[in-house]
Design a protein around this ligand. Structure first.
Ligand SMILES: Cc1ncc(COP(=O)(O)O)c(C=O)c1O
Length: 321
């Protein structure tokens, strides 16, 4: 575990200033039909309405606002399956620097195209995020670029935490928030904010059983690698990340695994009952709530992203919700 890095509530407040300078708060409200399906009051936080289609845009904005100008001028390089990539591309463009993103061969074409449209250089490398991240590090070393670690960067976690600052400021009586986990940055941010604003609110992580590295790491207390076969790209990580895990360890109330089909069903439910387009990772938190027999009365789910592939959009109609 990385013991020297931390994320404080004050970091989150600073990140909120940077994010708020660029973007309005996202909507958060409930829907009677969804409440009936879930059997409790559910607030949906609509991060799919962000300009990049995902909550990750907050991390990029917080990062560039915290970086010295001299570092920014060197340009950024990172690795991602798509939403963190769009975030870095968006933030780099906003401050007038360049970004290179290494994507694994499995990254969805629609996300890769969106990264290009934001002006970043896209390099496709390797079958998984592991190889893509190694290559991004090599590019940083060879070209003098700043490598942005998608999971272990405090400013990015602080940026992602602003989702929960908005949510818990507006709904301090929430009893549980279900948060999808890939690397764990979003859920770690949720824990930091919960600790300060709503100590009794449960933060419950949700991951695909087809890519359980973060779950395995949380369960064992060590950084674990695990097979990564999920078709939901935002959740496709093959190993635990040290900084998020150091926060999730004491911070998560529970961690649920759901299968890829349950996630797809939850995306369909969001489409039909919450008028919302979610990609798989964006529907995972609802899948977790629907799977949880112990859910309390007043819950929130985070629709973390809406960058659904054409296949995912077609599947929305095929499932009965
Ligand atoms: C839409 C969406 N939801 C959830 C996640 C998981 O977030 P984290 O990697 O911070 O755990 C991602 C990661 O890219 C994502 O794109």
């Amino acid at each position: 575990m990385i013991e020297t890095l931390t994320v404080t509530f004050e970091d989150v407040q600073r990140a909120a200033e940077a994010v708020g300078a660029a973007l309005p708060p996202t909507p958060a409200w409930s829907y009677p039909a969804l409440n009936a399906t879930a059997g409790c009051d559910v607030i949906v936080k609509h991060e799919n309405t962000q300009p990049t289609g995902a909550f990750k845009v907050r991390g990029g904005l917080a990062l560039v606002s915290a970086m010295p100008a001299g570092q920014l001028a060197r340009g950024l390089v990172t690795a991602s399956t798509g939403n963190h990539a769009q975030s870095i591309a968006y933030a780099a463009r906003r401050v007038g620097t360049v970004a290179t993103v290494v994507v694994p061969e499995t990254a969805p074409a629609c996300k890769v195209e969106a990264v290009r449209m934001l002006g970043a250089t896209v390099v496709t490398f390797g079958p998984t995020m592991k190889e893509a991240a190694e290559h991004a590090r090599e590019l940083a070393e060879a070209g003098g670029l700043i490598y942005v670690d998608p999971g272990n960067t405090p400013a990015i976690i602080a940026g992602h935490a602003t989702v929960y600052l908005e949510l818990l400021t507006r709904f301090p009586d929430l009893q549980a928030i279900y948060v999808p986990i890939g690397s764990g940055t979003g859920a770690a941010g949720a824990c930091v904010v919960r600790d300060r604003l709503a100590p009794d609110c449960r933060i419950i992580g949700v991951q695909s059983s087809a890519a359980p590295a973060a779950y395995d790491s949380w369960t064992s207390g060590r950084l674990e690698a695990a097979p990564c076969h999920t078709r939901h790209s935002g959740l496709a990580t093959g190993s635990g990340f040290a900084l998020p895990q150091s926060i999730l360890g004491p911070g998560l109330h529970d961690f649920l695994l759901v299968d890829d089909d349950e996630i797809a069903d939850a995306a369909s439910i969001l489409a039909h009952q919450a008028h919302t387009l979610a990609e798989g990772a964006g529907a995972a938190s609802l899948a977790g709530l629907l799977r949880d027999p112990d859910h309390p009365e007043r819950c929130a789910v985070i629709c973390t992203g809406g960058n659904a592939s054409p296949e995912e959009v077609v599947a929305l109609g095929a499932r009965s919700a």
